[in-house]
Design a protein around this ligand. Structure first.
Ligand SMILES: C[S@@+](CC[C@H](N)C(=O)[O-])C[C@H]1O[C@@H](n2cnc3c(N)ncnc32)[C@H](O)[C@@H]1O
Length: 447
């Protein structure tokens, strides 16, 4: 039988993600599939090493650059991947230093770098010895937050300008916690208590929602899709921030609703459930393959009012149909998702923000045309970036005197700061709300 070395698969995945700018979940999934003979434990190890290394990459590179004369940007991609994954094991996992180091030395040879075994060994042994004494940039600087919490410097600087130093440090620290899985109870088929009981019987640890009554937080979940409760369509995965966005949209039974950027479908599913599967919901996305997934999800959940369609939300339509409520949950930089998506930290700069802002404004402009007189438009993102959030809202209101921002405080949990909510918008800072970082705003078209 061929022996598969999980450390080699982890280094391979990391190298591909870094060199091809590949999306980490897809690369990982493919490599795990190609090496299907690995045990469950080895697969979990590979996943942990890859995601953990990505999550801590800036700090790990700082460690390597502290102890290696050859800097990380000059290293061969394979050696760099081996060193990075080894430092992750030594610094962040319970792997003994000697094991991580010896295995890395072997991996260097596997791909023809036998002559550099001494280099790998030297850097890792020193890194192991000096673990407690890594020199960091001076506290109180953006550089310190960037290295200590492995967040890109441009992002830390942007957040400091928005939220101040302390708040930024708290966001960064929150991003480094391991996330739980949040689900939305399918109220068409069950209720929170019944589902909680069923999941607990299946060995899942369940805690109740902190913001939404229909949310549950799960830990000790292996593969959710294997649970009977999943197969029976009793829930879908959805963060409480997204559930709150739908609460703010406030969909009603019998209405006509449009979700302009709907895939993978989470908010559409919650909208349909809140509508008690009565009325009509048009769920669009620009990517065809995502439409199929969304349709499958709706079927699993027993939702029949959702029509899924491929449609570019930024393309103008001549005489658009009008809806009671429109959700524009636009493509964004995703900076509120750092806890769950480690590769978002790899964004080298904020340059894409301007092009995203342009698309978001095009989508918003079209959204206005889809809202009936007296109807509602909710604009939301999963990012912490004022250009994509508050600035877009301001821009929209300046272009559209026929819309007014609407107070959303009644939808928020007790005790939340409602100063901006009264003006129709809210930024969810993840360390305060225990959710993804998120932005929700609500507008109503005047009669
Ligand atoms: C933030 S995600 C939406 C998440 C979704 N609302 C949910 O809750 O599951 C943004 C979506 O916009 C889609 N998208 C990107 N550009 C688009 C466009 N021009 N028109 C429509 N959808 C677009 C992406 O495929 C992505 O699925």
């Amino acid at each position: 039988m061929i022996q598969i070395n999980p450390r080699e698969i982890a280094a391979e995945a990391l190298m591909e993600i870094m060199t091809a700018d590949a999306y980490n979940t897809m690369t990982l999934r493919r490599l795990l599939r190609q090496n299907g003979a690995m045990s469950r434990q080895d697969r979990a190890f590979v996943t942990e090493v890859v995601n953990g290394t990505l999550r801590n990459l800036i700090y790990i590179d700082h460690v390597l650059n502290t102890f290696s004369k050859t800097k990380t940007e000059k290293m061969k991609p394979w050696l760099l991947a081996v060193l990075r994954t080894a430092v992750y094991q030594m610094y962040f996992m319970d792997v003994p230093d000697a094991a991580a180091c010896n295995e890395a030395v072997k991996l260097a040879s596997v791909r023809g770098y036998g002559s550099l075994k001494g280099f790998v060994n030297g850097v890792l042994r020193t890194a192991a010895k000096k673990k407690q004494a890594i020199p960091l940039p001076e506290r109180g600087t953006a550089e310190y937050l960037s290295v200590a919490y492995s967040h890109p410097l441009w992002l830390v600087r942007m957040w400091i300008a928005y939220y101040g130093y302390e708040e930024t440090e708290q966001i960064c620290a929150y991003d480094n916690q391991s996330p739980d899985v949040t689900i939305r109870v399918n109220t068409l088929k069950t209720n929170t208590q019944a589902l909680k009981k069923k999941l607990e019987q299946a060995g899942v640890h369940v805690a109740e929602g902190r913001i939404c009554a229909d949310a549950l937080h799960l830990t000790k979940t292996a593969d959710l899709s294997r649970l009977d409760a999943f197969k029976e369509g009793l829930f879908h995965v959805q963060d409480e921030s997204s559930q709150l966005a739908v609460r703010v949209l406030d969909p009603k039974k019998g209405e006509e609703i449009l979700d302009m950027c709907a895939a993978p479908g989470g908010k559409s599913f919650t909208i349909a459930e809140r509508m008690e599967n009565e009325g009509s919901l048009l769920s669009c996305d620009i990517y065809e393959h995502k439409i199929d997934l969304m349709q499958e999800g709706a079927e699993r959940l027993g939702i029949s009012i959702m029509q899924c369609r491929v449609k570019d939300a930024a393309a103008e339509e001549e005489s658009p149909k009008q809806f009671d409520r429109v959700l524009a949950d636009v493509p964004c930089s995703g900076l509120g998702l750092m806890r769950k998506k480690p590769d978002i930290r790899l964004k080298k700069d904020g340059n894409e923000i301007d092009s995203l802002t342009k698309i978001q404004r095009e989508i918003l402009e079209n959204a206005a045309g889809y809202v009936k007189k007296g109807g509602v438009l909710v604009y939301s993102t999963c990012t912490l970036c004022r250009k994509e959030n508050e600035k877009n809202l301001e821009w929209f209101l300046a272009q559209h005197p026929d819309f007014a921002a609407e107070d959303i405080s009644e939808f928020l949990p007790e005790g939340w700061d409602t100063e901006t909510a009264k003006k129709g918008y809210l930024t969810l800072l993840p360390h305060k709300t225990g959710t993804d970082g998120f932005f929700i705003s609500k507008l109503r078209r005047k009669d």
